[in-house]
Design a protein around this ligand. Structure first.
Ligand SMILES: Nc1ncnc2c1ncn2[C@@H]1O[C@H](COP(=O)(O)OP(=O)(O)OP(=O)(O)O)[C@@H](O)[C@H]1O
Ligand SMILES: [Mg+2]
Length: 253
């Protein structure tokens, strides 16, 4: 049975796109067929981690939403990113959002049919025979986010150990509970290495009453990589990669 996993955060820049790319890649390496959709139509970015430049995106989610192409046609096979570390069944696909200024402006101006987005997710799972579909989202609560939370089997909420993140995340957790998401998992990212991670995990679990499945350290190597690739592939033995593995296994079980 396929699973839809949304990665969300109330605030921007928490590490959604990097975490999505890393966890999705890790799951694919276990021999699963995995898709990623960039629903951050206003400020897309996850394609960069898969090596797409501005001019490389010839088919995007926008084309699907405007009825120009089917959702299957705008999915790009990015299995090569596993660098041969998966198995023969491993597959990784990305549906990027357009980075053309005119197309972003059009979405902001005209909006789009959120229902169509939902149909697109289901169709993508069917045509690509996906085991897991990951949805990288725009921060904050908006119509698309609510939709992706509603249809998710698993919602991964990311926060930094910062007071602004704590408050906003409480709002999102409330919404997720009202929408009855079957599985809510919390991830703390950019934790200063001087912190006691065990204590931090316990504190966040007490605040939200939800499981923290990973505390990712703030990492200079991640900053230096600067979205030029998928960290877990580039740094297989790094402590951060071990936490990614733990998050992936929570999603797979
Ligand atoms: N654990 C980490 N340590 C250091 N830097 C990190 C870490 N996680 C993410 N970053 C960096 O933080 C920045 C934002 O990451 P990313 O784009 O994944 O966040 P995002 O939540 O998707 O942002 P947005 O809300 O804009 O979509 C990037 O420069 C990324 O390299
Ligand atoms: Mg992002």
């Amino acid at each position: 049975m396929s699973k839809i996993v949304s990665i969300h955060s109330y605030r921007g820049g928490t590490g959604k796109s990097n975490t999505t790319a890393n966890v999705a890649t890790t799951v694919a390496r276990y021999g699963y067929r995995v898709g990623i959709v960039d629903t951050d139509i206003q400020s897309p970015g996850i394609h960069v981690l898969f090596g797409f430049g501005e001019d490389d995106i010839d088919r995007s989610l926008n084309d699907y939403l405007w009825g120009r192409r089917s959702i299957g046609e705008v999915a790009h096979d990015v299995t090569h990113i596993l660098e041969g570390t998966g198995n023969s069944r491993s597959k990784l696909y990305l549906v990027p959002s357009s980075v053309k200024a005119g197309e972003i402006a059009r979405v902001l101006r005209e909006g789009y049919d959120v229902g169509l987005l939902n149909e697109g997710f289901q169709e993508l799972v069917d045509v690509l025979k996906l085991d897991y579909l990951f949805i990288d989202t725009h921060p904050g609560l908006n119509e698309e986010t609510l939709l992706s939370i509603t249809i998710s089997d698993i919602l991964v909420l990311i926060l930094r150990p910062d007071q602004q993140d704590y408050q906003g995340t409480a709002v999102t957790v409330d919404v997720a509970r009202k929408l009855e998401v079957p599985k809510l998992l919390m991830v703390i990212n950019k934790a200063p290495t001087v912190f006691d991670f065990g204590q931090l995990k316990q504190k966040v679990e007490e605040i939200y009453g939800a499981a923290v499945v990973g505390v990712l350290p703030h990492s200079d190597e991640m900053m230096v990589l600067a979205s030029n690739g998928v960290f877990a592939v580039k740094f297989p033995h790094h402590p951060l990669t071990q936490v990614i593995e733990a998050i992936a296994s929570q999603i797979m079980n």
